[in-house]
Write a protein that binds this ligand. Sequence first.
Ligand SMILES: [Mn+2]
Length: 356
Amino acid sequence: MDRITQIQKKLSEMQVDGLLLTSFSNMYYVSSFTGTTATVLVSKKDVYILTDFRYQIQVAKQSTHCNFKLVDDDHPIAYWIEALCIQDDIARLGVEEDHLTIGLYNQYQNVLSDVTLVPVDVSKLRTQKDATEVEFIQKAIDIVDETITEIYDIIAPGMSEKEVEWKLLEKIRSKGGDGFSFSAIVASGHRGSMPHGVASDKLIEESDMVTIDFGAKYKGYCSDLTRTFAMSSKVDPKLVELYHIVLKANEEAIKACGPYVPCVEVDKVARYIISEAGYGAYFAHGTGHGLGIDIHEYPRLNQLSQAVLLPGMVVTVEPGIYIEGLGGIRIEDDILITEDGYIRLTKSPKTLKYIR
Ligand SMILES: [Mn+2]
């Protein structure tokens, strides 16, 4: 079943007659349009893309399956929404509750006399990836797998974290990636204790453990990979000990993945291993998250998650331990849930790497 048919089937579940998609991710998912400004309307009968003159040629090429409506001064977006709601019998129009601004909501609602705008949760629209999506995610992953291997060959004491970040980006681009899927984390030495320590001017030292958490974008899809490695055998033995605890948590949590497994169970496996080792308080984030057009998507793999893993979901498994003043360890893989288990899409080795 194609994506639009799937959304149309969910309309009655959402108790709406149509859906207005305004976020880039959902707009791109439905229309394949990669420009920055467009609005998509899905009715029970059809799908429309509303954008202006600047994107007319691009839309004609990328969104051949959508009806194009030209937005201009005489026909603003609200005009088209009203016209299409009348044409396709939409009395209740769903809007993205996590995206549409209050300003636009009020503006549209003022124009739409016979239509009620209904804020709906669309976070689950894109959770189960189709073959094309998995192919794009795998390509984004292959790019970072190759990149991290090449970084091991060039990273050296005296380089700054920002220099490493620049090399990461250069390699992603040279391998056909569109860029980073988020601001890369390069956290060396004591900075490793900051789970989201984006690259700084700090110089990398011979005695540092280094955590690199980065991803590439390929055709709009994200990858997300974390490896922590030692610059030399001069690293603090305590961090080596922590590495093996985190590695076990990562591997066992991955083994717990599979179709219809509650996300909270996967989190529990990782958390139990780290807590048993005495570091539970130093692992204060979730074990993972869904991955796709957005770097963080439904579901969350944490202690509060109500979600269940389903075939086609791509999720990360990324336990860590962070100790202020000492440093930190995180190991992250991307996992595809299948009908009968899972596939680890990230292939980078996980035995502790010593640069020299
Ligand atoms: Mn992640």
